[in-house]
Design a protein around this ligand. Structure first.
Ligand SMILES: [Zn+2]
Length: 411
């Protein structure tokens, strides 16, 4: 078993075929629960059928395909086939096709593997329609509350319950998928980095030590809308400038802690050139791999917002829009992943992922590790997303070595 190797060329050919079927000049179109997403799953189903494996769906719409080993205990491998609209060909698809290639390699390997292997395609990782990322994996991890989605409408006006029911998923029953993680010995995922670090270092791949924590907050400043021509500067209560000051303050806060902070949305009301903004709404997204540092960043951001509001005679309201704590992967598996990565010329030290992944949810109850490959220009969630083929090959090689060692046992 130890000398089995994934056929990286075959996995890349599958990825290109999937891109032909569900992508195009505008990028990937595999938005969860939609037609192209189903087409992607049909493609995966045809490839699994060639191995005599019939996939099944759980209550949250996740797809599972099992290759029986000598032991009941199973190792799960996978990622997500869904994409953002106009997305790239590799985000999520790479991990699913790597998992397929692993099943194919093991099935052709003669002897059954020691542990059983299950491919999983998580449903709705991207959260495009309802703004709830990691739907399927959080249902499996027991952290999905159906109330978060109840009554939430997609941009086309259809409520979540209806969109899910149309593809045979009952929102209220989605948490029953939780049983799926029981008895899993490990979860392994290959994914693109979606950032510029590996490319800037000239490295093809890295092990991933865990995912950064996220604090996403909505800050609402209320001042006084007033005429832009007649209101003297010293008599204004400019909510827009209070928000802008806060946005600028977040940058040195993030830098001083070695984290990241983003003001990705800043909306001014009334939002016309002839009025002082009476209201401003800012979305702040703070991330850090360490819980303590993230809490400090949040406290300092709050202080900065209070100061900015006070200085301009505005009120401030703050709501947490979403948060997740930093999640560390399994140290033993991360070390195995690191060694496999180093063997193919990858990064000597693991990275911490600033982006979230299904693996973060799974890692709450199952020993987990990830492998990243480089992203050209650090770009993702765009049709320009790409990875040089030699890097893809080496990342697939590292992932294969890791998975075959974990499946074979002897961790
Ligand atoms: Zn992804």
């Amino acid at each position: 078993l130890a000398d089995l190797r994934l056929d990286a060329g075959r996995a890349i050919a599958d990825l290109r075929e999937l891109d032909r079927l569900t992508g195009g000049p505008e990028g990937a179109r595999r938005v969860a629960w939609g037609e192209e997403w189903q087409a992607a799953r049909d493609f995966l189903g045809r490839r699994l059928a060639e191995l005599g494996i019939e996939p099944e769906r759980d209550e949250a719409g996740n797809l599972w395909a099992r290759l029986e080993g000598r032991e009941r205990e199973a190792v799960a491998v996978g990622s997500h086939l869904d994409s953002v609209p106009g997305g790239g060909w590799l985000d999520g698809a790479l991990g699913v096709m790597a998992a397929l290639e692993l099943l194919r390699t093991l099935a052709a390997g003669g002897d059954a593997p020691a542990r059983s292997v299950v491919l999983v395609d998580w449903a709705d990782e991207e959260g495009v329609r309802f703004g709830r990322s990691l739907f399927g994996s959080s249902a499996a991890a027991g952290t999905l509350d159906p109330a978060e989605l109840r009554g939430i409408s997609a941009p086309d006006g259809r409520p979540a319950e209806e969109v899910l029911a149309a593809v045979g998923v009952d929102l209220e029953r989605a948490p029953e998928a939780a049983g799926r993680l029981e008895g899993l010995a490990a979860y392994l995922e290959l994914h693109i980095e979606q950032g510029p670090v590996l490319e800037s270092e000239g490295l093809p791949a890295a092990a991933v030590a865990g995912t950064a924590g996220v604090e996403r907050h909505r800050l609402v400043f209320e001042g006084q809308a007033a005429h832009a021509g007649t209101t003297p500067m010293e008599m204004r209560h400019d909510a827009g400038l209070a928000a802008a000051e806060t946005a600028l303050a977040l940058e040195p806060i993030a830098r001083s802690h070695g984290g990241v902070a983003t003001t990705g949305r800043l909306a001014l009301t009334p939002g016309i050139p002839t009025a002082v903004a009476g209201r401003a709404e800012l979305m702040a997204d703070l991330r850090h791999p360490e819980a303590g540092a993230l809490a400090s960043m949040l406290a300092e951001a709050h202080e900065a917002a209070v100061r900015a509001a006070k200085g301009r005679g505005c009120s401030l309201r703050r709501e947490r829009a979403w948060s997740i704590e930093p999640l560390a992967f399994d140290p033993g598996l991360v070390e195995l992943a690191r060694r496999a990565v180093v063997e193919v010329g990858g990064r000597p030290e693991p990275l911490v992922s600033g982006a979230l992944h299904d693996a973060a949810e799974v890692s709450r109850s199952v020993p987990t590790a990830m492998v990243f490959c480089s992203s050209t220009g650090g770009l993702s969630h765009t049709r320009e997303e790409d990875t040089p083929e030699p890097d893809l090959e080496r990342a697939l090689e590292a992932f294969g070595r890791l998975a075959i060692r974990v499946v074979g046992g002897g961790r």
